[in-house]
Design a protein around this ligand. Structure first.
Ligand SMILES: NC(=O)C1=CN([C@@H]2O[C@H](COP(=O)(O)OP(=O)(O)OC[C@H]3O[C@@H](n4cnc5c(N)ncnc54)[C@H](O)[C@@H]3O)[C@@H](O)[C@H]2O)[C@@H](O)CC1
Ligand SMILES: Nc1ncnc2c1ncn2[C@@H]1O[C@H](COP(=O)(O)OP(=O)(O)O)[C@@H](O)[C@H]1O
Ligand SMILES: [K+]
Length: 510
């Protein structure tokens, strides 16, 4: 029905608003008039609406003052022509509209579609609400009538189809500028937008479809996407079946340094996830108090009780990759482990308190052989800004971290971002069940396993973030989101990294 843009193993290309405007211009320059493009967009949205809600007879369509509103007017006319009753609401008077938007509004007038101005308290009478208030033209916090119209849409309790972008959501950052429409469905045009996939985007967009409006391929030439939306194709592309003669020595040795007194679980979770993702050998350097627990839970992991640097000996040099941070603490033990890791001349995955120690004492460190995995709070400490500033523009924060510290940066949280030399990638998977302790530890172990098996740091980070989130989705399908535990992920992740397995037939092992 809708024509989605092509995807390859990198995923789907995502663009910023400015780029989509440029794409619009190129399509128009290729010979499609702007108004014709608006008609295509509206017709596409109308077809999608009809296919999704065939029973609906009465619509409320809220139209803004720009071309997003124009899409709404044309859709209203199409719906009315097919016999639906339409409540068409305008936040700006027709006389103030310009260009294609004005033409669209007048076309709907001429077709006899009624209209009313938005007033606070107006009841949305439709069984379904179409949000055509604001699209890629949103600039700054939502102002004026649009603000209360967005609040009314969210209070309506009706299904909401957002045109192009849920109004109030920033197309580039996924930040909510004031209040954004909570759509149940969004249809976005020409190119998919980065902000739909990170920050508040995933919580506001609902089900997303993309229609490129038959934009010619040449329009996309020479335009570097702002980011890639990771997809499953990456797994098979990066993890082909193993050679028959594979041996553990060729699958890499990962050492996890973590688990200070009282935080043993974090190191354990990281080591277990690392083993389940296929590292040939996994060692754990942890406080001696946690060794027995580690051996009981995962005898395959070589657990070493380490009181300090002297006990660590040559362990770091024996490993191909070090994972430092899970349960590290900020005390003398954690500082010593971090110091050893930094000195080992091995690729590093740096998480949790190792990041906090870096922020406190080691500002100015730059390496090209590490993956840093901050959550927004850790990212804020590393950048010396507030967590809200990070969340206001997650893509910019991830890229700023990567530029300042080098290597590859994973900025965690809904719509995790991976910033590296090849650009930005965003993970569309994962669920709120992951808001539970230990999830980050499992991720750092998974990243270590993929680096151990020879992936570049950047591809390990992209793939690890994706598999971690997909594993959480699989575990949530089995038992629900609430109560999902980090320890549930490793067995699901194992199934995912063997893409030739049929997931339904695979039996998750503990
Ligand atoms: N020819 C084209 O360029 C096409 C554009 N299309 C649609 O047009 C949209 C882009 O249109 P525009 O560039 O006109 O932009 P929008 O319609 O997204 O936004 C511009 C309008 O929003 C108002 N506005 C901006 N920031 C505001 C704020 N913070 N608070 C309140 N009001 C605010 C402006 O005053 C103006 O009326 C796309 O999202 C898409 O839906 C589609 O019709 C496809 C073709
Ligand atoms: N609502 C959510 N949607 C998707 N992923 C989430 C969500 N909440 C948390 N996550 C993911 O779970 C992990 C949590 O990591 P972190 O905050 O470091 O946890 P911990 O410190 O407890 O190990 C990250 O990978 C993050 O992206
Ligand atoms: K919209």
């Amino acid at each position: 029905m809708t024509q989605a843009p092509p995807e390859d193993h990198r995923g789907r290309a995502l663009y910023r608003a400015e780029q989509v405007r440029e794409l619009d211009r190129r399509v128009i320059a290729s010979g499609v008039a702007g108004f014709a493009l608006m008609q295509r967009a509206a017709a596409s949205a109308w077809r999608y609406l009809r296919a999704t809600w065939p029973e609906v007879r009465h619509l409320s369509v809220l139209c803004g003052g720009g071309n997003n509103g124009g899409d709404g007017h044309v859709l209203a006319a199409l719906a009315a022509a097919e016999g639906l009753s339409v409540q068409r609401i305008l936040v700006k008077p027709v006389e103030s509209l310009e260009g294609d938007a004005r033409r669209a509004a007048e076309m709907a007038d001429a077709a006899g579609v009624g209209r009313q101005p938005w007033k606070d308290g107006t009841t949305l009478s439709g069984e379904l609400v179409v949000d055509a208030l604001l699209g890629t033209g949103l600039a700054g916090e939502v102002r004026g009538a649009s603000r209360s119209a967005i609040a009314a849409i969210n209070a309506s309790g009706r299904p909401v189809l957002a045109i192009d972008i849920p109004s109030g959501l920033h197309a580039d950052t996924g930040a909510e500028l004031g209040e954004a429409v909570r759509a149940t469905h969004t249809i976005t045009f020409i190119g998919d937008k980065l902000g739909l996939h990170t920050g508040r985007g995933p919580a506001r967009v609902g089900k997303l479809v993309v229609d490129d409006l038959a934009a010619p391929r040449e329009a996309f030439e020479g335009m570097t996407p702002a980011a890639w939306r990771l997809g499953r194709a990456l797994i098979a592309a990066l993890l082909p079946p193993r050679e028959r003669n594979a041996h553990k020595g060729a699958m890499g040795h990962a050492l996890v340094l973590g688990g200070a007194t009282g935080m043993g679980g974090a190191g354990l979770l990281a080591a277990e996830a690392c083993a389940r993702l296929g590292a040939g050998k996994v060692s754990l350097a942890t406080d001696p108090a946690h060794v027995a627990a580690s051996l009981i839970r995962r005898p395959e992991v070589m657990a070493h009780g380490v009181r300090g640097l002297a006990d660590l000996g040559e362990l770091p040099q024996k490993a191909d990759v070090l994972v430092v941070g899970p349960g590290l603490g900020r005390g003398s033990w954690g500082q010593a482990m971090l110091q050893a890791a930094l000195a080992a001349e091995r690729p590093l995955v740096v998480d949790a308190d190792a990041l906090n120690l870096l922020a406190e004492r080691l500002a100015g460190q730059w390496r090209d052989d590490w993956i840093l995995t901050p959550h927004p709070g850790e990212a804020a400490r590393l950048l010396g800004i507030g967590t809200a500033d990070v969340e206001a523009d997650r893509p910019a924060a991830a890229q700023a971290l990567q530029q300042r510290f080098g290597g590859v940066v994973v900025l965690k949280g809904a719509g995790s971002l991976v910033a590296g030399p090849a650009g930005l990638a965003v993970c569309p998977c994962g669920n709120p069940g992951m808001a539970s302790g230990g999830m980050g530890d499992a991720l750092s172990g998974m990243l270590g396993a993929l680096v151990a098996q020879g992936l570049s740091l950047e591809m390990a980070a992209r793939l690890g973030v994706l598999v971690h989130a997909l594993a959480a989705d699989m575990a949530a399908r089995q038992g629900g989101e609430r109560g999902l535990l980090a320890g549930d992920l490793a067995s699901c992740a194992r199934i995912l990294v063997n893409p030739t397995m049929d997931e339904d037939d695979a039996v998750a092992t503990r």
